[in-house]
Write a protein that binds this ligand. Structure first.
Ligand code: GTP
Length: 380
């Protein structure tokens, strides 16, 4: 995504701190803010086949997400399809990863993190694998499991990974991605998902680690979701997504299952809105932005469903699927949407105030020569 990287790299400690604070402001601090994220080349690594995990020159503080899983489980494909718009067919030709690939995903202040794609053959017992350094600065670990493969080995590796990571950093959010479900029947999909979750949780419980949750959502998103449900119950909306319009990552949705077709329709709709707006929405001198608080769109599909998009913030859009008969009560939908939008803005305003007061506190403490948590500041 290098073409859309918009955020300047922090120049010094204060900048790094501000960056961290900004991340907190948008809720991504829940993904952690380890001290040793890299500002190195995204593909930084070592010579082919050699794994180098040290990162001695890193200065940047950015939420870090790790993509782990067995070889050929589909980690790189997920990253390429989601962040590089690679078509799923092209992933057939991806070569196996043999070094850690780090990449900045920072196309808006809402989506700003670093993703580390690990080679499937990682060996935790290899002395060159400095897993403590890696897990210490990690906010989320996504473990990808190939559902078409015999997943017992993947589950054993998941268990090893999660227990190692948890030992180093108890704040990591663990997410398990059950991937390649396209080859399974609907029944088999549900059964596989249930079986994997059950076994993974049983393994943790057997190890006395039942307090580890294998998937979770951050606090801010939990609040947003509550508003989602409210919106739902009252408006006859069938499915809704809160999208980051630049990356087209949905950062929240309701509890009904997400199917790929629905998700892709939403992405297409966002593309159409932005494209049309770029052509007809800007002023003659090119001033203005293609996406602002006036941005809204309604598309009626030929299956009695209406797609409804509305701007929520500078970076977010709500995209809903509504049945035609429910859309007759558009006034009600709009009213509930208004409440939802207001709630989101309030959440961020509160967070902004908290962050500002923390910033002042940190500065005061820094002047006294101590770190915010009271530990002495060590300059290397
Ligand atoms: N059927 C199916 N195949 C997929 C899917 N995603 C990826 N693949 C295929 O899985 C193979 C492995 O994908 P990669 O993304 O290279 O896997 P990886 O986990 O990064 O592999 P390593 O780099 O070896 O760790 C490729 O041939 C992909 O085309 C999917 O959703 N469905």
């Amino acid at each position: 995504m290098s073409q859309v990287l918009g955020k300047p790299q922090p120049q010094d400690e204060d900048d790094a701190e501000e960056e961290e604070e900004e991340d907190e402001l948008v809720g991504l601090a829940d993904y952690g803010d380890g001290p040793d994220s890299s500002d190195a080349d995204p593909d930084s690594g070592t010579e082919e086949g050699v794994l180098d995990f040290s990162d001695p020159f890193s200065t940047e503080v950015k939420p870090r997400i790790l993509l782990m899983g067995l070889r050929r489980s589909g980690k790189s494909s997920i990253q390429k399809v989601v962040f590089h718009k690679m078509s799923p067919n092209e992933t057939l030709f991806l070569e196996s990863t043999n070094k850690i690939c780090r990449e900045d995903v920072s196309n808006s202040s809402f989506v700003n993190f670093q993703i580390w794609d690990f080679p499937g053959q990682i060996d935790f017992f290899d002395p060159t694998f400095d897993y403590e350094m890696i897990f210490r600065g990690t906010g989320a670990l996504i473990f990808v499991i190939d559902s078409q493969d015999d997943y017992m080995e993947a589950l054993a590796r998941l268990h090893l990974t999660v227990t190692r990571a948890y030992k180093v950093n108890t704040d990591i959010n663990f997410e398990v991605f059950i991937h390649k479900v396209d080859g399974l029947s609907d029944d088999h999909k549900i059964e596989t998902q249930r079986d994997i979750h059950q076994r993974a949780n049983d393994d943790l419980a057997d190890a006395g680690l039942e307090k580890i949750h294998l998937s979770s959502i951050s606090r801010v998103y939990a609040i947003l979701l509550q508003h989602f449900f409210f919106l739902f119950q009252n408006s006859g909306i069938e499915k809704a997504f809160l999208f980051d319009v630049v990356s087209k990552i949905y950062i929240a949705t309701d509890s009904t299952p997400v199917d790929m077709q629905t998700y892709e329709l939403c992405c297409d709709m966002i593309d159409v809105v932005i494209d049309i707006s770029c052509i007809y929405g800007l002023k003659e001198d090119g001033a203005g932005t293609p996406y602002d608080k006036e941005s809204t769109a309604i598309i009626k599909l030929n299956n009695t469903t209406v797609l409804y998009l509305k701007e929520v913030t500078k970076f977010l859009a709500l995209v809903c699927f509504v049945r035609e008969e429910s859309f007759e009560r558009k006034g009600l939908i709009d009213y509930n949407f208004h409440c939802f939008r207001k709630a989101i803005h309030e959440v961020f305003e509160v967070r902004m105030k908290v962050v500002k007061s923390r910033k002042v506190q940190n500065r005061l403490q820094k002047k006294k020569g101590a770190t915010p948590n009271g530990a002495p500041r060590v300059l290397l």
